[in-house]
Design a protein around this ligand. Structure first.
Ligand code: SAH
Length: 308
């Protein structure tokens, strides 16, 4: 794919277009032609439409969807609201004619959808992850309603954060473990007697709130401009994959110093995930934490005593 892409660029050059010139074509045509080529060649959902840049930072992740029709419904809901990046974690049937039928005019979202094996793969590069749930779970977690979710997503995306909205299985939703990978949970305040929405409908509600918040933000100075002393910019935040490596390191260290008993973990890692998830840890801060863990492991092995 890479060779084909390079060849494509070379051909353009040969034809007397410098790449710069190619980019100078009318704004949205430029965006479309470049990104469509990139998306098709790389099979990536990351750059695939004319969606406004801010909304392109948002990916919708569907975990283990059973009914292909729901994947199509979700794609349509997304496209109606200007979202374009769909990631499917092990869908049962995809591609599928029912998905195409329900997507209606949103077939491009399906064509560019990225299919991955695990939720972890779906979240690579993300700074902010919001997981949706139709009901309460055992460990209380920072909870947003769809409107607060829309506001948060647009604020963070505007600062360059990569964001995932994660949706669960039709029959059983997201597992506790999956929910614990999320910084926030989002619950659509449905009737508790009948709380579970159709998957596509849930995607619609959240996408709509993102759009409303995005429309409201148009023409307004961004939060970064308003707040010059903003602390960590989201683009500098540790990504989900970096956080995952940190949690592994943390767990190993806690076992080494016998703070964590693998036989009786008592939700310790979940609680720590919640703590760090709330803290907007920057990449630089993550390096400090990793450094502390490395030295702690050495101390646990007695290496520091030997050094003295
Ligand atoms: N029986 C499942 C419901 C799954 S519905 C359960 O108890 O969790 C399929 C998906 O749609 C959910 O995983 C969630 O992503 C979304 N969803 C449905 N209803 C929702 C609600 N009220 N709030 C937030 N998300 C909801």
């Amino acid at each position: 794919a890479w060779a084909a892409w390079m060849c494509h660029l070379r051909l353009l050059k040969k034809a007397g277009h410098s790449i710069r010139k190619f980019l100078q074509v009318k704004d949205d045509v430029r965006f479309h032609s470049l990104t469509v080529v990139g998306a098709v060649r790389f099979g990536s959902p990351l750059l695939c439409s004319r969606a406004p840049p801010l909304l392109q930072n948002i990916r919708v992740v569907l975990v283990n969807t059973s009914h292909p029709g729901n994947i199509g419904g979700a794609a349509r809901a997304m496209k109606n609201m200007g979202l374009s990046r769909l990631v499917l974690v092990e869908p049962r049937l995809f591609p599928h004619h029912e998905a195409d039928a329900r997507a209606s005019g949103a077939g491009d979202i399906l064509e560019n959808a990225q299919v991955v094996a695990t939720l972890e793969d779906a979240l690579v590069g993300c700074n902010l992850v919001l997981g949706t749930s139709a009901r309460d779970r055992r460990i209380p977690w920072p909870l947003l309603d769809p409107r607060e979710c829309g506001t948060k997503v647009v604020e963070e995306a505007g600062q360059g954060a990569e964001i995932a909205l994660v949706f669960g299985r039709e029959d059983s939703g997201l597992t506790n473990e999956e929910l614990q990978r999320c910084h926030y949970h989002v619950h659509i305040p449905s009737d508790p007697e009948f709380s579970s929405l159709n998957l596509g409908a849930a995607v619609q509600v959240l996408s709509y709130e993102v759009r409303m918040s995005w429309l409201a933000a148009q023409g307004q100075p961004s939060k970064v401009e308003k707040d010059e002393v903003a602390s960590t910019k989201s683009g500098e935040l540790a990504t989900m994959d970096e956080l995952e490596r940190f949690y592994e390191h943390l767990e190993q260290t806690l076992v080494a110093i016998e703070f964590l008993d693998p036989e009786k973990p008592r939700h310790l890692m979940a609680r720590l995930r919640r703590l760090y998830g709330r803290s907007s840890v920057s990449r630089a801060e993550m390096n400090i934490l990793r450094g502390i863990l490395t030295e702690t492991q050495k101390a646990a092995r007695g290496e520091l005593l030997k050094r003295k």
